[in-house]
Design a protein around this ligand. Structure first.
Ligand code: ASP
Length: 596
């Protein structure tokens, strides 16, 4: 028997040019309408939708079969492509000028009644969408997201392959990689009591590849970080990971730009201007209050400290005397009521401020504010000039430690100014990150990761709290798309960084001894980066969260409603691994199972 033919063309590929042709198409029934025995079906596959007319007289399918057709049945139809009458043309459909007049119908597969409609007109609960992800992905918007993701990865490969990069896979069962998050652990059966970690990133492997003589490396790498879930975070996610030997920051940033330009072009049809704007970390913090600035709008933070240097307003004077800073933004004409203004103060307090000074510019240029009476005329005038005010503008001022001021004003700036629903794409590169983050208790942690090169080794050793690193980020519309750095290639410097981080020699050699050894065998200077693919595609696709562009994501609580992971496993399986469930957990299970 010859192989069955299901289709000779695809629904979305047909048009007026095909009128008169006999074709066979296959797909899913998007909708069906019964017009007195004649059934109209919108047939859908990944190319688009085609109207099919099934007349029991003409189609070799009995009326009973036709009336039994339901949404999402999979059918194959043979028929003639016909022009629709002028009245029947559907301008909303790419194939709206034609229809297929069926002469033969085969039902390839029926469908149970659907748990939710697939036409996108109804809001469906996300847990239900994830439980039936295979149905959810049939929806055109989701199919478009899948396509965009594939297009993005294809563009990345095109750029990097064109530049002679080597695509190399690295293992996913590894020893822990220190990216600062909690590891996802995998128990070893052959060595009970021991665990692999899933990679938080291929960081050390890509550095080993540089030592191995690979000149340019990339990988579409799955990474795992056991952090709290957020709209833009999943326990597993995908990076475009890359690294180059004899590379410095500028060369990396140039490639990153080229990748971003290509992906944006393919997903948005937009040609981005190069070079992308660059800000140092300090500039970003000063002007936008964050290291991931949204530069699509102004409302920049202004340093007002000098202006209030001799102020009689105690709240400001005390902060300045204590080494703090006074900064503000002009939030423009917001027209807020007193309750709205109180809401802003609440928000600032919740963000960690001790207070928020608001001022509204009156018609005559004077300031309406609970603190206006404490400010001299000169101060008010200088403030107006510094924040370039016009009548109606709302000014927000915070006095505190720099970190607090930046955080509060950065967040208020986003609250008040972030543009919605406009399609600007604003990449920005942020460079010169601090080497370390200083905790409340004075402890140091790497701002990027411990393999990042300091700008100056002596500075790092002498004043680590303020030392700069050769780390950089790429930011898109206020979201961090990825980070990278020039790496340490000198084992002594690497040891010094561990020491400054408070990692004992013993600890360093136990955890990274193998890597420290490798560094001693002729390590080329090298640098690299990793783009978060999920985030990049979700922003370019205007999706509110990364789950929309991940084919099979987890929910906010880390579960997969489709397959039921994470799931319990059999006692025997645990036994083989030498693992027992703690009594406290067993008690929780028992409680979950007990009938309520
Ligand atoms: N491994 C780093 C990360 O995942 C990226 C890099 O430094 O290349 O953020």
């Amino acid at each position: 028997m010859s192989a069955e033919v299901y289709r000779t063309t695809r629904p979305g590929l047909l048009g007026a040019a095909n009128v008169g042709e006999t074709v066979q198409v296959a797909g899913w029934i998007q909708t069906r309408r019964d017009h007195g025995g004649i059934v109209f079906v919108d047939l859908r596959d990944s190319t688009g939708i085609l109207q099919v007319v099934l007349d029991p007289e003409a189609a070799s399918a009995p009326a009973a079969v036709l009336s039994g057709l339901r949404r999402e049945y999979v059918i194959s139809v043979t028929g003639a492509v016909a022009a629709r009458g002028p009245e029947q043309v559907n301008p909303d459909l790419a194939t709206g000028e034609i229809e297929l007049v069926a002469t033969e119908l085969r039902v390839l597969s029926p469908s149970d009644p659907l748990p939710f409609q697939l036409d996108g007109r109804v809001d469906v609960d996300e847990a239900l969408r994830l439980e039936y992800r295979y149905l959810d992905l049939r929806r055109p918007a989701m199919a478009a997201n899948l396509q965009a993701r594939s297009n993005a990865i294809r563009a990345m490969r095109r750029v990097l392959d064109g530049r002679g990069f080597l695509e190399v896979e690295t293992p996913t069962l590894v020893a822990s990689t220190p990216e600062g998050a909690r590891d996802v652990l995998v128990p070893s059966r052959l060595r009970p009591g021991r665990f692999y970690a899933l990679p938080q990133s291929p960081q050390l492997f890509k550095q080993l590849l540089m030592i191995s003589g690979v000149d340019r490396y990339y990988q579409i790498a799955r990474c795992y970080r056991d952090e709290d879930f957020r709209a833009d975070r999943q326990i597993e996610f995908t990076q475009l990971d890359l690294e180059g030997a004899f590379w410095g920051q500028d060369e990396v940033l140039e490639v990153l730009e080229e990748v971003a330009v290509a992906v944006t072009r393919d997903l948005r049809g937009l040609e981005l201007a190069r070079p992308f704007p660059r800000l140092t970390w300090q500039e970003a913090m000063d002007r936008f209050g964050t290291d991931k600035p949204d530069i699509r709008f102004g409302m920049e933070i202004q340093d007002l400290s000098a202006l209030f240097a001799a102020t009689g307003f105690k709240a400001f004077a005390e902060v300045l005397a204590g080494g703090g800073t006074v900064r503000g933004i002009n939030a423009g004409a917001q027209g807020l009521s007193r309750a709205g203004l109180d809401g802003l103060v609440e928000r600032a307090l919740a963000l960690g401020a001790k207070g928020l000074v608001w001022m509204v510019v009156e018609e005559d240029g004077s300031l309406r504010s609970p603190v206006a009476k404490f400010l001299s005329d000169d101060e008010q005038a200088a403030l107006g000039a510094a924040l370039r005010v016009s009548p109606g503008d709302l000014l927000l001022v915070v006095a505190d430690r720099f970190q607090v001021v930046a955080k509060v004003l950065g967040a208020l700036r986003l609250d008040m100014g972030q543009p919605e629903g406009h399609d600007e794409i604003a990449f920005v590169m942020v460079t010169d990150f601090p080497m370390f983050e200083v905790g409340e208790d004075g402890s140091l942690t790497s701002m990027h990761h411990p393999f990042t090169s300091p700008e100056d080794v002596t500075e790092m050793a002498e004043s680590p709290g303020t030392a700069a690193s050769l780390a950089y980020d790429v930011v898109l519309n206020g979201a961090e798309l990825g980070s990278g750095s020039v790496r340490i290639h000198n084992p002594e410097v690497q040891a010094k960084v561990f020491e400054v981080l408070g990692i004992t020699e013993e600890d360093a050699s136990r955890r990274f001894g193998w890597f420290m050894d490798a560094l001693r065998y002729g390590t080329p200077p090298h640098a690299g980066f990793a783009y978060g693919i999920d985030r990049m595609v979700s922003i370019l696709q205007d999706q509110p969260n990364i789950r929309e562009v991940i084919p099979f994501p987890k929910t906010q609580t880390g579960a997969d409603p489709l397959t039921g992971s994470p799931s319990r496993v059999e006692k025997e399986q645990l036994g083989e691994l030498g693992i027992e469930i703690a009594p406290a957990v067993l008690a929780i299970w028992a409680e979950e199972e007990s009938p309520t």
